[in-house]
Structure formats: C-alpha cells, structure tokens
Design a protein around this ligand. Structure first.
Ligand code: TYM
Length: 327
C-alpha cells in the first residue's frame, strides 16, 4: 500500500482553502493508502505563538481532521512535536540544504519581507518539512499549490542524500486537487486565501457560523459583468467562486456554468453560500462533539505510538548511513 503524509500548521483558524486544498484529499486518500496526518506545531513556532493559543489550536486542528472525516482507526493522526525524530532528521537534512535553496523559497520571502527580525527557524523551515515527509518514506503528499516548491526541495534533498549515502529515501510526489489547489482571497483574487490576512472578510474559516459564511460570500468581490464563467485570467474572482462551488458540491464547473447561464451573480452567490454551509454545518457539529468527548488525547497517544515506530526505523538507518555510531 502506498504511503501518504501531510500536515497543517496549528497557527490560527483553518480556512476553506485548507479544507479544499488539503483536508478533503486527506479524507479521500485514507481509504486506499497508508496515511499519516499531523498538526505541525514545530513549524508553527517559526513565527511567535502564544503558548495557550498554540495548545488550543493544536487540539483544534486534530479535532477538525476527525470532524472532516479522517478516521483515527484508518489513518495515523498525531502531533509533530510528539515524535522527536522529526526535529532530529530535520537537523540532519539542514546540514545537506544549501543557503541558496532556502533563499529561493517563496513562503520564506512572503513571511520575512518587511520584517525587522526574522527567526532562523523560518529560514530552515523547508528542511524540517522534508524530514516530516522522508521519515515516513511517503509516496504522496496531499497539499495545495503553495507547497509545491517545498515538495520540490524535499525531492532534491532525498536525491542528494541517496546519491551521497546510498538509496535510502523515497522521492515523494505532490497530490493536488484538479480544481481549487489555490483558493483565492474573497476580497482580492490575486492573493491566496489565508488565515493570516488582517481582513476577516477575505477568508472563510471552517468554524464560521452559517450567517457569517453567507455574509462573507455575499460581500465577496466579483467583476462588473454578469456572466458566471470560468476564466481565471479575465474573471479571477468569479473563477475562484466557481472552484469553491465545484468543491462543495458534486458538480463540475461546466455544469455550474450551465445552471446559472444568463442569471447573473446574485442567485449564483446565494446558492454557493448554501453549498458551503451544507459542508461546514455537519463538520462543525462533529467538531464540537469531539472536543467535548475528551478523546483527543487518547487519539494522539495512539497516533504518536504508531508514528514513532516508523520514524525511529528511518532515523536509525539514516544515521547509520551518515556514519553516526548507532548502538
Ligand atoms: P499550511 O498550514 O499553510 O496549510 C495547510 C495545507 O492547506 C493548503 N492551503 C491551501 N490550499 C488551497 N488554497 C489555499 N488558499 C490554501 N491555503 C493553504 C496548503 O497548501 C497545505 O497543504 N508547510 C506546510 C505544512 C507542512 C507540511 C509538512 C505539509 C509541514 N510539514 C509535510 C505536507 C507535508 C504549510 O505551511 O501548510
């Protein structure tokens, strides 16, 4: 069975972009693959986090995974910091990573530009991400489009290691949705929908109440035309809404275009909001049940146990190949 690994940072509320770009595929892949899904708390601290908020958000990400339909009996669900092998392999891979490679990472450029002091961890972030993936020899990594560059670096590092020390790591492939790999902001379709945006109206969180979702979608920027048509170059706002619609229904973009032919944006946005609410409402109900059940710690304990077993095997082999004295 092929292996899948992915993670999400517990650094704020998760958005519809996280759901469409990543979580939806996590849920689908668990039936056919050996899956590992984590909350990457060690990555989250590459920007300052309030300790209490970090705890809350880590639990929240795990609860959202389960609420979205990931079954802890099928997939291994865990926190990155519970498996110390991530930090250790991260360091080993940092020593193989070139400064120039890290300087080229667009996520680093986006997060560091204009900041007075930038933590070194933000710079070496991709080496830790490579460790996350290579520790489990993952074949597939379900992610949104913004993580493609990190995946390419992971492949380069795996290849570099294999050439230097002999075949060790599997080269992972990104696995992205055909539609919605990059959900854009509701107020500016040139920017990715992001939980760190200061404008709350620009993103939908998975825990937004139905009326908030309706309001945000009704206020989403469109264009001065009235044709519901997928054309990312000339109609980026409407195309983005169409991607969200397709991902929150069983319809293709062509079918949705046909449904709203000649009707303008009003009815389209109204029904889109209802489709999004229909996805989020049951998810939110399950989310609250799971948080109240007190089961999260048990699930994490079990997940960490399974993850450590696999991670320790890979780390041991890696250290042996590099010339460490392994007892
Ligand atoms: P993070 O926490 O920023 O985002 C989690 C996942 O959501 C996807 N995503 C989106 N997809 C579509 N449209 C959007 N607007 C959107 N915003 C976010 C991201 O592409 C991602 O898949 N570096 C990673 C976390 C990570 C990881 C890993 C991922 C650490 N180690 C190992 C995979 C494997 C990150 O910052 O994701």
């Amino acid at each position: 069975m092929k292996r899948v690994l992915s993670g999400i940072q517990p650094s704020g509320k998760l958005t519809l972009g996280n759901y469409i770009g990543a979580i939806k595929n996590f849920v689908a892949l668990q039936h056919t693959h050996d899956c590992y899904f984590m909350a990457v708390d060690m990555h989250a601290i590459t920007v300052p986090q309030e300790p209490e908020a970090l705890k809350e958000q880590s639990e929240s990400v795990i609860a959202l995974y389960i609420a979205a339909g990931i079954d802890p009996a099928k997939a291994t669900i865990f926190l990155q910091s519970h498996v110390h092998q991530h930090a250790e392999l991260g360091w080993l891979l940092t020593t193989l990573t070139y400064m120039g490679e890290l300087e080229r990472m667009t996520q680093f450029k986006d997060k560091s530009t204009g900041k007075e002091s930038v933590g070194a961890g933000l710079f070496t972030y991709p080496s830790l991400m490579a460790a996350d993936i290579l520790l489990y020899n993952a074949d597939l990594v379900p992610v949104g489009d913004d993580q493609k560059q990190h995946l390419e670096l992971t492949r380069d590092l795996a290849q570099r290691f294999n050439q230097r020390y002999g075949d060790t790591f599997t080269l992972p492939e990104p696995y992205m949705p055909k539609v919605g790999a990059r959900i854009m902001s509701l107020d500016d379709a040139s920017k990715k929908m992001s939980k760190s945006s200061p404008n709350q109206g620009s993103f939908i969180t998975l825990l937004d109440p139905p009326d908030v979702v309706r309001k945000k979608i009704s206020r989403a920027v469109t264009d001065s035309g009235r044709e519901v048509k997928y054309d990312p170059q000339h109609k980026p706002e409407v195309s983005n809404l169409l991607s969200i619609y397709a991902q929150c229904s069983d319809l293709t973009i062509a079918e949705i275009e046909l449904m709203y032919d000649g009707q303008g944006y009003g009815p389209f946005k109204k029904e889109l909001a209802e489709r999004v609410v229909a996805v989020l409402e049951p998810l939110q109900q399950r989310y609250h049940e799971i948080r109240e059940s007190g089961e999260i710690y048990n699930i994490l304990r079990q997940g960490a146990g399974r993850a450590i077993e696999q991670a320790e095997k890979t780390l041991r082999v890696t250290k042996e190949k590099m010339g460490f004295l392994v007892l």
